[in-house]
Design a protein around this ligand. Structure first.
Ligand code: ALA
Length: 611
């Protein structure tokens, strides 16, 4: 049997495990979740979740991982099989293969955006020049294929190129192995990430006052709105954040832990991983994006900006802010490289279980395993990229980045605490450990964590935030010839008008399109001259309704933040997403079935080698 790979050094292990956890979740998802869910009040459920299942699951992951590693397994099928002598146990481990793979497929796409935006910052493509203005929202939507205006990108070629580069980089690191690949990456990327965080925090905190101050942003983030504590959605958001940020429920921490030596202090390693992650999240996650938004847009605008979502903060608001201050190229590049490094060290971690499974169980060489995974990775990401506007990305995020994680955690804690036995598990956690985890956590692991996780699952299942199966998008033709900015703030009335369009979509079951000639006046008035559209769309949206729809979202053109006049052509696309959402589900089911088949075959071969 080939010698099991090991981490080269303790510092390498600590940096790699921290890199596994620290990711986009810390720098974008955390500030936007906190701002959207009651600011300071969000920190209460967040801390509760950290204590009742965040830290416990982290220690469980390290114990399960090292235990599996001692028996030659780096992935959940083999680990569960060793912990629970039941033919079903290895099949439950499929969760620790299919889910991380599915997660990687969409997470690397975000990683690729960050890399490409670092390039756009460095080359000045997101800076206005004479005759070339950049509306960052349109730039982002065209990059993703959401807007068909083609003012900045003729097609998805740029997105595809950066995706290919990102996947190749990941596979290159993974192909070099644990010590020479993942560990080396962590040794370079983690110190760089901390340095970038520090530089950006100092930059933001010393920007002074514009529409507001950095302190306004921090106040906003940490002034508690206790009424939000009664809202179950706040609790669910905090639970989701803890899973995502600590990389719990991917089987990835277990995989890293399987490469430690048998006497490694995993109680300390698990605690250090969680502590480093929380430090980056709570300190740097709060000190960059939200204070910057407060300075540039004013404290009153933070909620609006935060409600547009984490990606919008990262890819639209932050470059918008940074480009108005000196050294844009430098700080813009640093911001996106920071996000890229954070994502890179997480994506290699989440993909490693798949490589490890092909190596340990299917007995492929590391190079062959990496090449196969690289191919699957690239092919699997293509539909996510091409059908982004049809909600394929959101569907993957919902199942693999949210619901799936809590299912893995429930299975794992039950196997650990009830089948393997909490006493054995506790002993395993402390073997070789210099630190002692407070005894209360043994009780928490046995009684509180499973109940809390089941509660989170029921909460999500009973109030599912499934991605929308219909959408109505607009874009302004020939966008780059307008020096100002088009904006819209949808209201309840906008949603009501859209629901009529969605009903029409439900009947025809295909996309509907239209375009309108519109006059916008400097006093904010909107006049639709002509609206031409598919007859099914016209039936529910004539010129007058179209005008009402634009007015309901306060659609306007602004130059230097003043409403201005413009004659424009607006294209609209009503999207019927259902077939694409099913395509996403089919891809997910395919990978589950594939891994179940592989697990079954491998174990059969092992027990009946002649067969
Ligand atoms: N833990 C990783 C993140 O926060 C996945 O992005």
């Amino acid at each position: 049997m080939a010698e099991k790979e090991r981490w080269g050094s303790r510092i390498g292990l600590v940096l790699a495990a921290a890199g596994n956890a620290v990711g986009i979740g810390n720098l974008l998802r955390f500030p936007s979740q906190a701002a959207n869910n009651g600011g300071g009040a969000f920190m209460i459920p967040y801390l509760v979740c950290l204590l009742v299942f965040g830290l416990p699951m982290m220690w469980i992951a390290w114990s399960v991982g090292r235990y599996g590693g001692k028996h030659g397994h780096s992935t959940l099928p083999g680990m569960f099989d060793k912990m629970w002598k039941n033919p079903a146990s290895k099949y439950l481990g499929v969760l620790g293969l299919a889910l991380p793979l599915l997660f990687c497929l969409y997470y690397t796409y975000i990683e690729a955006w960050c890399l490409s935006y670092a390039w756009f910052s460095l080359t000045g493509q997101i800076v206005d020049k004479p005759g070339y203005t950049v509306d960052l929202a349109v730039f982002y939507n065209e990059y993703l294929g959401n807007a068909t205006s083609h003012s900045y990108f003729p097609n998805l070629g740029t997105a595809l190129t950066f995706l290919l580069i990102t996947i190749t980089l990941n596979i290159w690191v993974l192909g070099r192995g644990i010590a020479k690949g993942i560990e080396l990456l962590a040794k370079i990327a983690m110190p760089a990430l901390l340095l970038f965080c520090l530089l950006l925090s100092i930059r933001v905190l010393t920007l002074g006052k514009l529409e507001g101050t950095a302190l306004d942003g921090l106040n906003f983030l940490y002034t508690p709105d206790f009424t939000r504590l009664k809202d179950p959605n706040t609790w669910m958001a905090a639970a989701g954040q803890i899973f995502f940020t600590l990389s719990i429920g991917f089987g990835a921490m277990e995989c890293y832990a399987s490469y430690v030596r048998s006497k490694e202090d995993i109680a300390l390693a698990g605690t250090t991983t969680a502590a480093t992650n929380e430090f980056v999240e709570v300190i740097f996650g709060s000190m960059i994006a939200i204070p910057a938004a407060a300075i540039f847009f004013g404290p009153a605008m933070i909620t609006t900006i935060a409600s547009t979502g984490s990606f919008s903060i990262g890819m639209i608001s932050m470059p918008e802010i940074l480009r108005h201050f000196p050294l844009l190229k430098f700080f813009g590049t640093i911001w996106f490289l920071l996000l890229f490094f954070a994502a890179f060290t997480s994506s290699v971690a989440v993909c490693q279980p798949i490589i490890a499974f092909l190596q340990d169980e299917v007995k492929l060489s590391r190079k062959a395993a990496s090449a196969i995974v690289g191919m699957i990775w690239f092919l699997g990401t293509i539909p996510i990229m091409f059908f982004y506007k049809y909600g394929v990305f959101d569907e993957f995020d919902y199942w693999a980045g949210t619901i799936g994680l809590v299912i893995v955690a429930i299975v794992e804690v039950i196997i650990f605490a009830y089948i393997f036995g909490v006493d054995r598990g506790w002993k395993e956690l402390h073997e070789g450990a210099f630190i002692k985890i407070p005894k209360i956590f043994k009780f928490i692991i046995k009684y509180v964590t499973p109940v809390a996780l089941i509660g989170v699952f029921i909460g999500w299942a009973s109030n599912p935030s499934v991605p929308a199966d219909k959408a109505l998008l607009w874009n302004v033709a020939d966008r780059s010839s307008y020096p100002g900015k088009f904006s819209s703030t949808p209201t309840d009335e906008t949603t009501q008008i859209q629901s009529r369009v969605y009903d029409a979509l439900g009947k025809v079951k295909r996309d509907l399109t239209g375009w309108a000639e519109v006059e916008l006046s400097a006093d904010g008035a909107i006049r639709v001259i002509d609206f031409t559209a598919d007859s099914s769309l016209r039936a529910v949206m004539d010129d007058q309704v179209f005008q009402q729809w634009l007015a309901s979202q306060n659609f306007r053109y602004e130059v230097n933040r003043q409403t201005a006049a413009a004659s424009i052509t607006i294209g609209v696309e009503a999207l019927y997403r259902t077939p694409y959402i099913w395509l996403a589900r089919m891809i997910m089911i395919f990978f589950f079935v594939l891994f179940l088949f592989l697990i079954g075959t491998v174990w059969r071969q092992r027990h009946h080698p002649a067969a």
